[in-house]
Design a protein around this ligand. Sequence first.
Ligand code: AMP
Ligand code: ZN
Length: 113
Amino acid sequence: MADCLFCRIVAGEVPATIVRSDERTLAFADINPQAPTHVLVIPKAHIPDVAALAADAETLAAVHQTAAAVADEAGLTRPGWRLVFNTGPGAGQTVFHAHGHVLGGRPLSWPPG
Ligand code: AMP
Ligand code: ZN
């Protein structure tokens, strides 16, 4: 989708700090990090949100596998980390291309805001 920011990152039209890339997924640093590790994991295909992602089991699994690999590489497995999918404007979703936020490296309070 030409007007989708994250599709443009996948296409290399918008610069990003790439952390991992494979056939189905891309992981890159969030431009406005909320924790020492804040990486976004996206499907390379344009999938608007988690509900649509759930309809594609292989891509859903791939996104979670990439998120776990990012967390492991960042040394977060033992202290713990969070995978957040804001879904819908009321939950703070601002980019309508599904993305998981991998967050860690500081204490993470619960419940989130
Ligand atoms: P959400 O609010 O859950 O839709 O998350 C969108 C995220 O994308 C926010 O955390 C933004 O900081 C991040 N973001 C926006 N533009 C860029 C960009 N060009 N490169 C990396 N991250 C971005
Ligand atoms: Zn997109």
